[in-house]
Design a protein around this ligand. Structure first.
Ligand SMILES: Cc1cc2nc3c(=O)[nH]c(=O)nc-3n(C[C@H](O)[C@H](O)[C@H](O)COP(=O)(O)O)c2cc1C
Length: 218
């Protein structure tokens, strides 16, 4: 089946695009309004796209009434936010924070998590999160009145000590298990992992037409 974007309604586009491009990581974003109230909300139109400059991007839509989501308004106003990665320790907080609470109420009050000061931005991070990216606003691209891309310049990466190998200073893959968003109400945990180095030209040439059967390392 071929689906021409021009022939799909906005809802159908969302349905297919968000179900095709999976799994997506989830950013539980903390931000602050002008009065200092902390807001939290999950975003799965999210990833990192560059290391120099270090850039993370969020895709933020409108509220159901067409207004600006609190996260986007806060980032426009205060120009800072924190991306808290979500694993089983804050999964409940992620679900609670996706509810449309009134702007003058903080999701954090209901989420059962602890806020602690960040190193480089005025917005607090979630202490229980396995990893956090402290961001200052780099650019907002308003695609339409209802869709914005927020580019954040990452100023600091916080990683829980127990996730790091003390000698190599690398993340221990078996200990880090962020949630994956599928579509709608569907989620997944990381399954079996494997490694495979980029194949050499010699390896590809020696396999010839059987290159598609290339083996993983482990
Ligand atoms: C797992 C998950 C991922 C989500 N991803 C997005 C997203 O990428 N973009 C978006 O606009 N809304 C997304 N939402 C919905 C927002 O979290 C929701 O609208 C929230 O109420 C916004 O809060 P705010 O107004 O405090 O910013 C997601 C919800 C969930 C549960």
């Amino acid at each position: 089946m071929d689906l021409l974007i021009e022939e799909l309604s906005t809802q159908e586009r969302y349905k297919f695009l968000s179900a095709v491009v999976i799994p997506r990581p989830v950013a539980l974003v903390t931000s602050k309004d002008q009065s200092g109230l902390c807001n939290a909300a999950p975003f799965s139109f999210f990833n990192v796209f560059s290391e120099d400059p270090a850039i993370a991007i969020l895709g933020i839509g409108a509220k159901s009434n067409g207004g600006s989501k609190d996260t986007l308004q806060n980032i426009r106003d205060t120009k800072e936010f924190v991306i808290n990665m979500v694993d089983s320790s804050i999964i409940g907080a992620m679900h609670i924070a996706s509810a449309e609470l009134p702007s003058n109420e903080s999701e954090i009050d209901y989420a059962g998590v602890t806020l602690v000061d960040s190193k480089t931005v005025g917005v607090q991070r979630i202490a229980e999160a396995p990893a956090c990216l402290e961001c200052e606003l780099f650019q907002i691209i308003d695609l339409t009145e209802r869709r914005a891309l927020v580019l954040g310049r990452i100023k600091s990466i916080h990683i829980k000590d127990e996730l790091l190998d003390p000698i190599t200073k690398r993340i221990i893959p078996e200990k880090y298990s962020p949630i994956a968003r599928l579509f709608g109400d569907h989620y997944a945990w990381l399954g079996e992992r494997y490694t495979k180095a980029i194949p050499s030209v010699e390896e590809i040439h020696s396999l010839g037409l059987r290159a598609g059967e290339i083996k993983t390392d482990s």
